[in-house]
Design a protein around this ligand. Structure first.
Ligand SMILES: [Zn+2]
Length: 103
């Protein structure tokens, strides 16, 4: 995705989601500075159905999440991940047990 399109998209998503991450519901920050974009609370574009699983760039498949959630999702489907992040479920069998040990 091109930078200009990404910026426009993330602005729209920011408004639509009230500035909150689609997973953990925490406020994210919006910045065009590279340094700010590395923060865990930086806004990122998230494909709900991962591209690796056949997801597309269609608007219905795209949401805004914080970088921390985006980085931590790995292979989980987005609904399960969201429930996990919001404390609705507490455990989910991971393929890689190292992740849980690190928490
Ligand atoms: Zn988040």
């Amino acid at each position: 995705m091109k930078t200009a399109i990404k910026r426009q998209l993330i602005l729209k998503l920011f408004e639509k989601q009230g500035g909150k991450c689609c997973y953990c519901d925490q406020h994210v920050i919006l910045s065009y500075r590279w340094r700010d974009q590395q923060r865990p609370d930086a806004a990122t574009i998230e494909h709900l159905e991962r591209l690796a699983d056949g997801g597309t760039d269609h608007p219905s498949n795209i949401a805004m999440s914080c970088k921390k959630c985006n980085d931590g999702r790995q292979e989980l489907d987005w609904l399960t991940y969201r429930s996990l992040k919001r404390g609705e479920i507490h455990e989910y069998p991971r393929a890689n047990p190292v992740i849980r040990a690190a928490q």
